[in-house]
Design a protein around this ligand. Structure first.
Ligand SMILES: Nc1ncnc2c1ncn2[C@@H]1O[C@H](COP(=O)(O)OP(=O)(O)OP(=O)(O)O)[C@@H](O)[C@H]1O
Ligand SMILES: [Mg+2]
Length: 146
């Protein structure tokens, strides 16, 4: 699969950077002429992943979040969100709908389920004390020229 574009950036785990991440995803995808709904879904997915880094990974600290976006010739899009925060002890459990470790803070445990529903494949790798890397893969629908 030939790569046609890539960006990598790093930003701090501050809530204002959630909007920034959404804008970066839009700016990266727009030249690929995405379907409006797909674009909205992927903006929402990055927002969920970045929020997780802010509220869970770096719970009582500010740390670095890295965002990598890649586009391939066949309209496959990859988005990697990585942190060096607390990590997840049981990834399979964390991915279950409605599982949250912060039930008292208005979290409903739906972030991973949302990311999964907006992707073709969602890979989550994590090590306690080392951090977490979420990789979302999505094949964009064909350009509608009608
Ligand atoms: N980057 C991360 N670092 C550490 N723990 C994480 C990270 N992302 C998710 N988690 C853990 O996985 C759980 C599930 O995450 P998920 O996004 O599905 O739900 P939530 O963040 O708790 O709630 P919601 O996303 O609905 O507000 C979290 O409660 C948290 O314990
Ligand atoms: Mg979440």
């Amino acid at each position: 699969m030939k790569q046609i574009n890539e960006i990598k950036c790093t930003f701090l785990s501050l809530s204002q950077n959630e909007g920034l991440a959404r804008s970066i995803v839009s700016g990266f995808l727009l030249p690929l002429d995405p379907d409006v709904e797909e674009l909205a879904d992927l903006r929402c997915a990055v927002s969920e992943a970045v929020t997780n880094c802010i509220v869970h990974a770096y719970r009582n600290e500010v740390g670095k979040i890295s965002l990598t976006l890649r586009a391939y010739e066949n309209r496959t899009f990859k988005m990697i969100i990585a942190d060096k925060g607390c990590g997840i002890a049981n990834v399979a459990e964390a991915r279950k709908p409605m599982f949250t470790t912060l039930p008292d803070e208005d979290r409903c445990g739906m972030g991973f389920s949302i990311m999964e529903s907006f992707s073709d494949k969602l890979d989550v790798k994590s090590k306690v004390g080392k951090g977490t890397r979420v990789t979302l893969t999505k094949k964009l629908s064909a350009v509608d020229n009608t």
